[in-house]
Design a protein around this ligand. Structure first.
Ligand code: HEC
Length: 258
């Protein structure tokens, strides 16, 4: 792996405090109490439920999804835990939201935009079908996913934007756990990004998806924001999901995040 040289501005911003990587959130005791209460009763559960209803009514539910993917309904949970995937019918490495859009087109319906609350809810529901499955993305399954992984790694490692930062500048193994503006820098594999988004984001009071969370960091770090569902964005998700797969993490949707 490439060694990262942190820009001086970032090092200065980070200060010297180091906390353990298991300390996922910088929170007050009151916030921490609220967090554990919300864990019991995740506000996103309602979005997942709604997403399931829309998915069933508008797209035909699990049976239709399995049929579209050319697998049995029984195979669906394990299969869902391996996205993004190369889907031959679509000729691309895609996310499950794009699979649902393709199903809508096939059924002569209007596509639900990738960036919509409705799609976030449906995506959360479909991903929750894989809950408790080990994340099993196979980046060697075919040449397309191999290429996506390589592109994802490049996007992750390449410094961009006004401050010359890459994802890896803040999320590399040798920097995680250090604190940037009160927030510990998280290990994206250990934090199981692949298995915990869509999540309820407490600071945004809403359900957010993996790719929306990526865009949040792009905005904060002044990196040009990559569009949802684009080749680069899907590739980045492939790369980040592999980090959780390497740690044998399991699906647990919806997540709950600061
Ligand atoms: C300037 C430093 C910085 C850069 C650059 C950066 N991040 Fe982050 N990232 C953070 C911090 C700090 C957090 C934790 C924030 C919080 O808890 O609210 C975080 C959180 C995340 C999370 C959520 C982790 C979780 O627990 O689920 C994801 C996913 C993520 N970043 C992905 C990326 C990606 C992809 C890139 C590159 C496009 C990137 N980040 C670039 C600082 C950065």
């Amino acid at each position: 792996m490439k060694r990262v040289i942190l820009p001086l501005a970032l090092l200065t911003a980070m200060g010297t405090v180091t906390v353990s990587a298991s300390e996922q959130f910088a929170m007050s005791d009151a916030d921490r109490a609220m967090y554990s209460e919300m864990l019991e009763n995740n506000p996103a559960d309602i979005f997942v439920e709604e997403g399931g209803e829309i998915f069933e009514e508008e797209i035909g539910g699990e049976a239709a999804l399995a049929k579209f993917l050319g697998i049995s309904e029984k195979e669906l949970p394990k299969y869902v835990a391996g996205f993004p995937r190369y889907i031959k019918k679509l000729g691309n490495v895609v996310g499950l939201d794009q699979v649902m859009q393709a199903m809508q087109v096939e059924q002569g319906k209007e596509k639900t935009p990738l960036k919509s609350g409705k799609m976030f809810s449906m995506l959360a529901y479909v991903k929750s079908l894989a809950n408790d499955e080990v994340i099993n993305i196979d980046v060697n399954a075919d040449e397309h996913i191999k290429a996506a992984y390589a592109l994802g790694e490049e996007v992750y490692m390449t410094p961009r934007g006004g401050r010359g930062l890459a994802c890896n500048s803040c999320h590399s193994a040798d920097i995680i756990g250090q604190v940037l503006r009160t927030q510990p820098l998280p290990d994206l594999g250990e934090n199981n990004v692949a298995g915990t988004w869509p999540a309820y984001r407490m600071t945004k009071s809403s359900l957010r998806t993996t790719q929306r969370r990526f865009q949040g960091c792009m905005n904060n770090a002044l990196l040009a924001v990559i569009p949802l569902g684009s080749k680069e964005m899907n590739a980045l998700e492939v790369y980040v999901n592999k980090l959780a797969a390497d740690k044998q993490k399991t699906m647990a949707i919806p997540g709950l995040k600061r």
